[in-house]
Design a protein around this ligand. Structure first.
Ligand code: ZN
Length: 450
């Protein structure tokens, strides 16, 4: 059926067993439709993979005839019992896949090129386009990624370019029609100064990114605040772009900590800010003081640290103070934290400026909520090596189960190994375990331990 946002993992064993759900998905949908529930009218059943492909190709041609946007098709195994045999990986069912159409492209003209400054100071060239309809929306801007990419494309003001929108990603310029280039165009010059604060810029070690390195750059501060307040971080919806720009421009906020000193009286004189909304903003910021620790850590905008890494750090260190004092070794020891991220985190908390801002936030009453203490897993502190073929688990699933129970999954046997979990055809790891006197367990014993 044509669908863009359909959730892939819709059915669980718990939802089955009622009269609505049949042995086959197609039949279930028919029953739902008979009950008067909205079901996509274009669902089709195919007997072979060639038929599936034919349907996909047909819809790729016909998609503009629909009154909603689609970027592909969802193909599902019809029989529920076969779905159960196929099972799921960590993130998605194996009986369901999406077939993505080739991205739609459109041709338009670059009217000008802007340079935007991101929260870590990265300068990004952005093309302003003659408005063009692309995949159902009017596109006026497109990313040019970075200055290396801009040079490779050699996109210039006045050029006719191809823009593409793939999935939900912002449109991007993917090609230049050189033969249509007007006379007298110039290659876009890489800026030497930040377009927002005028400070000299620096090229990254890797050479791809150009950065404003002024710690007080207002453009960066605006992006940092917006990121801090973003839904995946501190989630303060009231701190929108228009307000944040004013707060920085009038000098009310010079760093993240200043947010927690804002009063209703500070905000009321701002544009489009009534007494009521000023109070709401102050209240929303106040409420964020006790957000979970991981949200606070994610909100700091440490390079390479996203929400998931922040959760791992919060779990591992349990408090902001402990994380701030962690040495590089302790950070590198965490499985999911690579050396680049460890270095980035360590460097961030060593910087006096950053420490001062965090201290001021704490003084203003910010108390991130530490993660709830979990029961130590059954395998806490145990190092386990998996070898051979198991019946109920793939290797990654077994390793995931070990980690979920607090253990460490290792790939090689040493005298520090607590157990070797041996399946069919275990090979040399089993020999080594025996030689070293490491305990060997079978799958049944492993399941028991879990
Ligand atoms: Zn700047």
């Amino acid at each position: 059926m044509p669908a863009t946002r359909e959730k892939l993992a819709g059915e669980t064993p718990a939802t089955r067993g009622s009269a609505v759900l049949a042995e086959e998905h197609f039949e279930t949908l028919k029953r739902l439709k008979d009950l008067g529930l909205p079901v996509n009218p274009h669902i089709e059943k195919a007997a072979t993979i060639d038929e599936v492909l034919k349907i996909c190709h047909r819809w790729e041609q016909k998609r503009s005839k629909l009154d909603y946007q689609i970027d592909g098709m969802v193909v599902k195994v019809n029989r529920i019992d076969q779905r159960e045999v196929l099972g799921t990986t960590g993130r998605a069912p194996k009986w369901c896949i999406s077939y993505k159409f080739a991205a739609e492209q459109a041709e338009t003209v670059i009217e000008s090129i802007d340079v935007q400054v991101g929260k870590t100071g990265t300068l990004t060239p952005v093309a302003n386009l003659r408005a063009v309809l692309l995949a159902g929306t009017t596109v006026r801007r497109a990313s040019l990624h970075n200055f290396d990419e801009l040079r490779r494309l050699d996109a210039r003001v006045g050029d006719t370019v191809l823009v593409e929108k793939a999935g939900e990603i912002i449109p991007q310029v993917v090609g230049v029609r050189r033969e249509l280039r007007p006379h007298g165009t110039k290659e876009f010059a890489v800026p030497h100064k930040c377009p927002e604060c005028g400070s000299p810029v620096q090229k990254d070690e890797g050479g791809v990114y150009v950065r404003c390195i002024n710690a007080r750059c207002p453009a960066q501060l605006k992006e940092r605040i917006l990121y801090f307040a973003g839904r995946g971080q501190m989630d303060v919806e009231q701190l929108g772009r228009a307000l944040v720009e004013q707060l920085v421009d009038v000098g009310l906020v010079k760093d993240l900590a200043d947010l927690y000193r804002l009063t209703q009286a500070d905000l009321e004189p701002l544009e489009r800010m009534a007494a009521r909304s000023a109070a709401n903003v102050v209240e929303a910021i106040e409420q964020s003081k006790t957000r979970e620790l991981w949200r606070f850590v994610a909100g700091l905008g440490i390079r390479h640290v996203g929400g998931q890494s922040a959760q791992i750090l919060a779990e591992r260190f349990g408090s902001l103070e402990a994380l701030m004092e962690a040495d590089r070794g302790a950070l590198e020891q965490i499985d999911q934290i690579g050396p680049v991220m460890a270095e980035s985190i360590h460097a961030y908390f060593r910087k006096e400026d950053n420490r001062r801002v965090i201290r001021r936030m704490l003084e203003a009453g910010v108390v991130p909520t530490p993660p709830q203490k979990r029961e130590p897993g059954r395998l806490a502190g145990k190092t386990i090596v998996v070898t051979g073929t198991l019946e109920a688990f793939t290797r990654p699933q077994a390793e995931q189960a070990i980690r979920a129970a607090g253990g460490k999954a290792s790939s090689s046997v040493s005298k520090n190994t607590d157990f070797v979990l041996a399946g069919e055809n275990p090979g040399s790891k089993l020999d080594k375990a025996r030689k070293l006197g490491v305990k060997v367990i079978n799958e049944a014993e492993f399941t028991e331990m879990l």
